[in-house]
Design a protein around this ligand. Structure first.
Ligand code: FAD
Length: 177
């Protein structure tokens, strides 16, 4: 028996920068929008990419500035890195921006559906969510992102390389791999 699908003007599969931007633009244009996201809204950029990287780079910049301060006539002693504190601060930045993004979507009445979505019927623009819910849209945007592959030409070994998406939450300094 066919499940009755919830109907929306626009259904977006994936709540990363591609998906949430499409949802926000759609909602601003007056569309009734649903976003299906299996993780936290914000995607790689907000949780493992751009934002965590910039937060950690700011720590590195301060460390370098303090380490070189003596040459500028400021003796601040020899700085040391507390990576756990840097990671905690990074997570606070990520969490604050995530709450802001969730608020933005809520403010535009975008429905966020938690779960893994699959395209059940592309022609009918139907998405089935892991909890059994079905959504149908007048339009469907696929914004599920991508995943890194390993080049056959790569000579790096598993123990000698790391993925940027996991290193942004590492408790070990680069070079310790
Ligand atoms: C370390 C690092 C630093 C970066 N720095 C920058 C930068 O400074 N500037 C910049 O422009 N870009 C940067 N990027 C790239 C940026 O993160 C990506 O371009 C961006 O996240 C792509 O957005 P997206 O929406 O296409 O995909 P994603 O961010 O991957 O989002 C896809 C979303 O879809 C969800 N999803 C996937 N499949 C399903 C499914 N079946 N059901 C439900 N949900 C699903 C995922 O959980 C995810 O939330 C960086 C990337 C990395 C790794």
């Amino acid at each position: 028996m066919a499940t009755l699908a919830e109907h929306h003007d626009l259904v977006v599969l994936g709540g990363g920068p591609g998906g949430y931007a499409a949802a926000l633009y759609g909602a601003a244009a007056g569309l009734e929008v649903a976003v299906v996201e299996e993780d936290r809204i914000g995607g790689v950029c907000l949780h493992r990419g751009c934002i965590p990287a910039k937060a950690l780079l700011q720590t590195a910049e301060v460390l370098r500035t303090v380490a070189g301060a003596k040459a500028l006539g400021v003796d601040a002693g020899q700085p040391s890195l507390d990576l756990a504190t840097a990671q905690t601060r990074k997570q606070q930045v990520v969490d604050r921006l995530t709450r802001g993004l969730e608020g933005l979507l809520k403010g535009r009445s975008v429905t966020v559906v938690r779960g893994t979505g699959t395209v059940a019927d592309a022609a009918a623009r139907r998405v089935r969510v892991s909890d059994g819910t079905e959504l149908a849209g007048d339009a469907l945007v696929l914004a599920a992102g991508s995943s890194p592959g390993r080049s056959p030409a790569s000579t790096s070994t598993a123990s000698g390389s790391c993925r940027p998406t996991t290193s942004s939450s590492s408790r070990r300094c680069p070079g310790a791999w």
